[in-house]
Design a protein around this ligand. Structure first.
Ligand code: XMP
Length: 507
C-alpha cells in the first residue's frame, strides 16, 4: 500500500487532513507525517511527491517548524501550500515578508499561467488565509499566479515539478482546487490508482504477510471498523478468533445483529456475555474518565481470559482508523481529549503484536472496503458508537434500569430517523439520559421523570461537528413517541451545541 504515497507534512494547519482526503479522492494514496519528520521516515513511505501543509508559524521565527533540509535535495517534487510555500521560498533563496495584517477569505486570481493551472475554467476563485507573504521568488523560480492583494500567489521551480501556492487548493472555497492538485500530481508523476479494490488487495497481502504462521485475536465492537476487519481476516484466510464482548452497554438489538451478520459471513466469532462484570465494575462510578478506565480494565480481563482459554494468540488486531491514530499519537498537535477506546495496555501485557490494517484509512474509506467485503449495510453504514458504549450516554451512575430506559428511547430516535430518511444525513445521532428528574404533569398528577437529550450532528470525521438541523416536526414527533413509549421519561430536549466547544458525546 505504501508504494503509492504522497507524504503530506503537517505544520499545524486545520486543513491538513483535507489535503490528504483530496489527494485520495484524486486516486493518490496519501499519508500525513509531522512536518519535522526526517527524510528517512518520509522515505519509508516510498513517496512519489511531498506536500507541505499550511500552518500558523512564521518562517521568520527561529523556532518555526521546518522540514528536514535533506528533503530539498532528495529530488522529490514538492507542493508547498501557504506556510509550505513560504518554507519553499525561503529555502531556495526567495524573500518572505512578515505580514502583520491577515488576508483571509475569498480572492480571485487576476493572472495564472503554466501547467499547474492547466484546464481551469473561467474566473478562478481561491481561498486565502495568511499573514506572511512571498515578496520575491527564489532565483530561477517563476511567478505563475497573482491576485489583486497578493502579486506572488504561486511559484514554480525551474524544473517545473515543484510549486508553492499561497492559497488553499484543498478547501471547498477554492472550487477548482482539485484540478490544481490533479495537475500537480500529473507533473510530479504520481500514480493515481488508489481504488478501494486495490486497497483491499494490498491489505489482504499485508495482513497475510504480517500474520504468517500466527494466530490472531480480534475484538469486535459492533461497529463498521472491527466488523470489516473481521471480514478482511476471513478474506485473507488468516486464522483468527473474533470476540464480541457483550458488556451490557450495547444498543438495542446490536449484539444479535452483529452475531448474525458475522456468522453468516464466515467469521469465527465468540460472544462473551460479560454484562454482570461490567455493571459491577461501574457500580457507584460517576466520573466519565473513571468509567472509561474501569471499562478498559474489564475489557482487558475478558480478553486475558479468552486468550488463556482459546489461545495462544500472537497478534491482536484492532480496527484503529486514521483519525484515531493521529489523535492518539498527538504528533500533529491534536490534544488527547478523552482517554482512548482501543483496549490500552493489552498488547504489552499479553505480549501481543498489534495489527492495525486500517490505520491509514478514513471512516468512509473503510465503509467502502466493507462494501467490497460484503458487510450488510445495517452495520456498514451504522453511526459510530463509542467503545464504552451507553456507559458514557447514561450520565452519572450507570444502572441496569437507566440503561434500559436509554436503550428504548434511543431505539425510537434511531428508528424515527430511518423512517424519515434522515439517518444517513447525519454523522451520528443518539439519546443521552440525564441524571436529573424534571417535573411534568400526567392527568392531574405532578410527576418527576428523567430527561432525555437527543443529539444529532453532522461531521466529516468526528473531529469537529455541527449540530444537525433536524426538522421541528420530526423533533416534536420524537418527543411524543419517546414519552409515550418510555413512561420513565418526562422531558425530551435537543442539543444545539457544536464541536467545539462541546464534544459529540456528553461524557
Ligand atoms: P467526542 O465526544 O470526543 O467524540 O466529540 C468524537 C467521536 O469519537 C467517539 N468517541 C469515542 N469512541 N471511545 C470510542 O471508541 C470513547 O471513549 C469515545 N468517546 C467518544 C464519539 O462517539 C464520536 O464519534
Amino acid at each position: 500500500m505504501s508504494s503509492l504515497a504522497v507524504v503530506v507534512l503537517d505544520f499545524g494547519s486545520q486543513y491538513t487532513r483535507l489535503i490528504a482526503r483530496r489527494l485520495r479522492e484524486l486516486g493518490a494514496f496519501s499519508v500525513i507525517l509531522p512536518g519535522t519528520a526526517s527524510l528517512e521516515e518520509i522515505l519509508t513511505h516510498d513517496p512519489q511527491a511531498v506536500v507541505l501543509s499550511g500552518g500558523p508559524a512564521s518562517v521568520q521565527d527561529p523556532d518555526a517548524p521546518k522540514p528536514d533540509p535533506k528533503l530539498f535535495s532528495s529530488g522529490l517534487p514538492i507542493l508547498g501550500i501557504c506556510y509550505g510555500m513560504q518554507v519553499l521560498a525561503q529555502q531556495f533563496g526567495g524573500e518572505v515578508e512578515r505580514g502583520w495584517r491577515r488576508e483571509y477569505g475569498k480572492a480571485r486570481l487576476t493572472h495564472h499561467e503554466g501547467a499547474l493551472f492547466q484546464g481551469l475554467d473561467g474566473e478562478v476563485q481561491v481561498w486565502m488565509s495568511h499573514a506572511d507573504t512571498v515578496t520575491a521568488p527564489p532565483p530561477g523560480w517563476r511567478v505563475v499566479a497573482a491576485t489583486e492583494d497578493c502579486p506572488i500567489a504561486a511559484i514554480a521551480s525551474p524544473d517545473g515539478r515543484s510549486f508553492g501556492v499561497q492559497f488553499h487548493p484543498e478547501v471547498a472555497h477554492t472550487p477548482q482546487g482539485n484540478r490544481i492538485l490533479a495537475n500537480f500530481l500529473a507533473l510530479a508523476g504520481v500514480e493515481r490508482d488508489w481504488t478501494p479494490a486495490r486497497v483491499l488487495d494490498s491489505l489482504v497481502a499485508e495482513v497475510r504477510a504480517r500474520t504468517a504462521g500466527k494466530r490472531v485475536l480480534l475484538g469486535i465492537s459492533g461497529g463498521v471498523d472491527s466488523s470489516a476487519l473481521a471480514l478482511l481476516l476471513s478474506r485473507a484466510g488468516v486464522e483468527h478468533l473474533a470476540v464480541l464482548v457483550d458488556h451490557g452497554l450495547l444498543r438495542q438489538g446490536e449484539r444479535e445483529e452483529v452475531e448474525e451478520a458475522l456468522h453468516s459471513l464466515g467469521v469465527n466469532l465468540e460472544v462473551v456475555d460479560a454484562r454482570v462484570r461490567f455493571l459491577a465494575a461501574l457500580r457507584g462510578v460517576t466520573d466519565p474518565e473513571e468509567k472509561r478506565r474501569r471499562i478498559g480494565h474489564a475489557f482487558i480481563q475478558v480478553f486475558e481470559e479468552v486468550a488463556r482459554r482459546r489461545g495462544p494468540f500472537q497478534v491482536l488486531a484492532q480496527g484503529t482508523l486514521y483519525p484515531d491514530a493521529i489523535e492518539s499519537a498527538g504528533g500533529t498537535g491534536a490534544a488527547l481529549i478523552k482517554s482512548h477506546h482501543n483496549v490500552g495496555g493489552l498488547p504489552e501485557r499479553l505480549g501481543f503484536e498489534l495489527l492495525e490494517p486500517f490505520r491509514y484509512l478514513f471512516k468512509d474509506e473503510v465503509r467502502e472496503l466493507a462494501r467490497l467485503l460484503g458487510l450488510p449495510d445495517g452495520i456498514r453504514l451504522r453511526h459510530p458508537f463509542p467503545g464504552p458504549g451507553l456507559a458514557v450516554r447514561v450520565l452519572g451512575e450507570v444502572t441496569e434500569e437507566r440503561l434500559q430506559i436509554l436503550r428504548r428511547a434511543d431505539a425510537i430516535f434511531v428508528q424515527g430517523l430511518k423512517e424519515h430518511g434522515l439517518y444517513h444525513r447525519v454523522w451520528q445521532a443518539f439519546c443521552v439520559l440525564l441524571p436529573v428528574r424534571s417535573v411534568g404533569v400526567s392527568g392531574d398528577e405532578r410527576r418527576y421523570g428523567y430527561v432525555v437529550a437527543l443529539r444529532g450532528v453532522t461531521s466529516v470525521d468526528g473531529m469537529t461537528a455541527d449540530w444537525a438541523r433536524l426538522p421541528h416536526g420530526f423533533l416534536d414527533e420524537m418527543a411524543r413517541r419517546i414519552t409515550r413509549a418510555v413512561p420513565q421519561v418526562g422531558r425530551v430536549v435537543y442539543d444545539v451545541t457544536s464541536k467545539p466547544p462541546a464534544t459529540i458525546e456528553w461524557e
